[in-house]
Design a protein around this ligand. Structure first.
Ligand code: KG4
Ligand code: ZN
Length: 335
């Protein structure tokens, strides 16, 4: 089964052709990062306009590189949420047009399911059940993958997402956008024990996340230093902040996995590209006896290959949309 998949939920316009769920025939990404860098973050209206400009080019390129035409596709898939509504609408409208013109089934895909499914592309032998830490610019969840298309959120952030905290701290340190890679790079030269930033456990289970506190702690630290006229070591701040986030993400993942009795853990989302986070979880997984799966770096951040993979399983689960499909900015994972 060949699926043409489209992703436009944030600042990447992406299209891919996927065969039988995990074979990537093409994976084209047009990123708007350079443009949004000018503003220190994603500007939704600009993102929508750029998606409109780019989407046809990206889709044509994905088909061309796959060596197949639209008529040789078995379905068209698209991310319909969660994300920026104007951005999502560009992908949804394009996919609807292509599905209608090509007389193909239209498969609606949840963006976060896509992120989790990147693990199946990385390792087609990897099978549910497993517990996945999903950490991106918009989400920080611990998700139990019960089956290929059935997911349960066991813990979530009460305020900021982990990626959002990386982006905000990076901005105040003057390291630019996107914050994750910038903080990681600056942290390489810093001492992660230089400053102790808070680690917060929320909720009854203590497994929910909160990243607004650590963000505020960084801001307070910087303001205090400024008021006292002390020089700031940005590398130490970056390293200490990253250490606090890595601590919380990895320990909650391990604690939750132990609690729900799974034997496998996985990573997904843009923050999963963070190398110290991967290394820490790898170490902890070994100590605790979990099998640990994570996608290669290029499959962690937004792409359409992961959407094509999730679509394959959604289709097998009977998920087909009609021409009334709409973008759903706050789409639930458990729908
Ligand atoms: O999954 P993604 O590409 O888009 C969303 O669905 O949000 O995630 C983007 C987020 C951004 O906040 C970015 O700063 C973060 O992922 N990110 C990282 C790294 N690379 C990207 N965070 C930490 N370390 C990284 N190396
Ligand atoms: Zn994403």
């Amino acid at each position: 089964m060949r699926i043409l998949a489209i992703e436009s939920s944030c600042d990447e316009t992406a299209a891919a052709v996927i065969e039988d769920g995990t074979k990537v025939l093409s994976n084209i990404i047009n990123t708007q990062i350079e443009l949004h860098k000018l503003y220190g973050g994603v500007v939704p209206e600009i993102a929508s306009r750029k998606h409109i400009e780019n989407v046809s080019v990206v889709v044509d390129k994905a088909l061309e590189e796959s060596g197949f035409t639209l008529s040789e596709m078995d379905a068209v898939a698209v991310t319909y949420g969660p994300g920026l509504v104007g951005a999502l609408l560009v992908g949804v409208s394009t996919a609807k047009g292509l599905a209608f013109a090509g007389k193909k089934p239209l498969i609606p895909v949840h963006h976060i399911k896509g992120h989790i499914c990147a693990n199946y592309i990385e390792n087609p032998e990897f099978k549910p059940p497993f517990l996945c830490l999903v950490a991106s610019g918009g989400h920080s969840h611990l998700v139990l993958a019960e089956d290929y298309d059935t997911y349960r959120v066991l813990a979530r952030t009460r305020d900021d997402a982990a990626g959002e905290a990386f982006d905000k701290v990076s901005r105040v340190l003057g390291l630019g956008y996107p914050g994750g890679p910038a903080i990681q790079k600056a942290a390489e030269r810093g001492d992660s024990n230089a400053i102790h930033f808070p680690r917060v456990n929320m909720g009854e289970s203590g497994l929910d996340f909160s990243f607004s506190g650590v963000k505020t702690a960084v801001l307070n630290y910087l303001h205090n230093a400024e008021q006292k006229g002390e020089e700031i070591n940005a590398a130490d701040v970056a390293a200490s902040f990253q250490e606090a986030v890595v601590d919380v993400l990895s320990e909650h993942l391990i604690a939750c996995a132990k609690k729900c009795g799974v034997k496998q853990i996985a990573l997904a989302g843009g923050v999963a590209a963070n190398l110290p986070l991967r290394a820490r979880i790898e170490k902890r997984a070994k100590e605790e006896g979990f099998f640990f799966q994570y996608p290669r770096l290029s499959l962690c951040t937004d792409n359409a290959a992961m959407i094509g993979c999730a679509a394959y399983y959604a289709y097998q689960n009977g998920k087909i949309a009609d021409m009334s499909l709409n973008a759903v900015p706050n789409l639930s994972l458990e729908e």
